[in-house]
Design a protein. Structure first.
Length: 401
């Protein structure tokens, strides 16, 4: 049995924990000095020492741990973790049976009842993401649960809890058989090459599945497509498969060119006929304006925060100006796919950025479609910031000169 520490919750935070808020906030705890060792079980008590909930101590971003149960006598043991994983896997049963999509999320942190733990599936391989030393303490239980519940080719892990916010480089392989990389997985019939042994970024962001499918099926045919902050070119590949006349992928990372080329090749697309550019996106905007370039579709999916030699980008502060740059190089009647994974603002505020960008550009627009996380990225209403993804398809309606 894990060691338990009782911690008192400040009065103004009691009600939100009783209503199901899962993140244990540092500022909500009175006697925080009692928490010494990550991984201990925390019993949250009110000012009258009445039980509220229990969870674990693990530092993650602004949090000091996660609530796991409202039952005072429930133990955080092997059985507890197995039940949580089993319930999550059952909810994804249709994904396991889909031969056209062989990469998806099987456990999504607090959305499946254990904050700080994320597990992704890649065609028989499982990748466990640990977001604090606290949750990593329960590794034996999680691995045993996997062994009891599913058959797997191999299991890899990603430790994301370095104190400086950096990924801890390590031998990511845990058990089973090592993969021969790249592993080719499918998403709605399109192939991706993934590398589970190359640090935190394996090659594709699974949360954009429905957005990529929509671009392929509804928008790409005979269109010129600009994919900015393109990473390994997943949006570009789906656009090309959907019949785009030309894709242009722009990312500042040197590895993006080889990675994007590979994704085109494994899908039978001639990468030589696509533009794959290694450059700072903000410099590319200037180049495109100078050359008078215009695109039918512009995809904006920046990181929440990014820093290059000449630019620092924060989605919360700078997305409006990023949109203004995109508007300038989008054809009349074209589409901007505006996306952000920043959890510090909601869809309403994001649409406010969109509205301000178009007004300041003196351009009309129409909102066509919007997306949040797909169903395998389960969230709970008590933790709205967990539903971080916001994507809006915007039609640009420029007034002809």
């Amino acid at each position: 049995m894990n060691k338990e520490v009782s911690v008192q919750v400040k009065a103004k935070y009691v009600s939100q924990y009783k209503k199901g808020y899962p993140l244990i906030l540092k500022e909500s705890l009175s006697n925080i000095d009692r928490l010494k060792e990550e991984g201990v079980i925390i019993k949250l008590l009110d000012e009258r020492n009445q039980f509220i909930a229990k969870g674990y101590f693990g530092k993650q971003n602004k949090g000091y741990g996660w609530v796991l149960s409202k039952k005072e006598n429930e133990e955080m043991n092997e059985s507890f973790f197995e039940k949580k994983l089993d319930a999550a896997f059952q909810k994804r049963s249709k994904f396991f049976g889909d031969s056209d999509t062989t990469a998806f999320r099987v456990f999504n942190g607090e959305g499946d009842g254990i904050g700080g733990l994320i597990i992704d599936y890649y065609d028989g391989y499982y990748v466990i993401n640990w977001y604090s030393k606290g949750i990593y303490h329960f590794k034996p239980f999680v691995l045993k649960a996997l062994q009891n519940l599913v058959q797997f080719k191999g299991v890899y892990e990603k430790k994301r809890f370095d104190t400086k916010g950096q990924y801890i480089e390590d031998d990511d392989f845990i058990m089973g058989e090592r993969g021969n990389f790249p592993i080719l997985v499918k998403e709605n019939g399109v192939h991706f090459a993934v590398y589970l042994n190359e640090g935190a970024m394996v090659g594709v962001f699974l949360d954009q599945r429905e957005v990529r499918k929509t671009i392929r099926d509804q928008y790409a045919m005979n269109k010129t497509v600009l994919n900015l902050f393109s990473y390994t070119g997943a949006f570009s590949v789906f656009a090309a498969v959907g019949g785009a006349s030309k894709t242009t992928s722009v990312d500042v990372a040197n590895r993006s060119k080889a990675k994007t080329t590979e994704q085109f090749i494994i899908n039978g697309i001639d990468a030589e006929k696509q533009d794959i550019i290694v450059e700072d996106v903000f410099q590319y905007f200037k180049y495109a304006v100078r050359k008078g370039l215009q695109f039918d579709i512009v995809i904006l999916d920046p990181p929440s925060f990014a820093k290059s030699k000449k630019h620092t980008f924060s989605a919360a502060k700078d997305y409006k100006n990023l949109l203004k740059d995109a508007i300038a190089i989008t054809e009349n009647g074209g589409i901007i796919v505006a996306s952000t994974n920043c959890s510090s603002f909601d869809m309403k505020k994001f649409k406010g950025f969109i509205d301000a960008a178009f007004k300041e550009s003196s351009v009309a627009y129409k909102l066509k479609q919007e997306f949040s996380l797909p169903e395998d990225f389960r969230t709970i209403p008590e933790f709205k910031e967990g539903n971080y993804l916001k994507v809006v398809f915007i039609k640009v309606e420029k007034t002809p000169n």
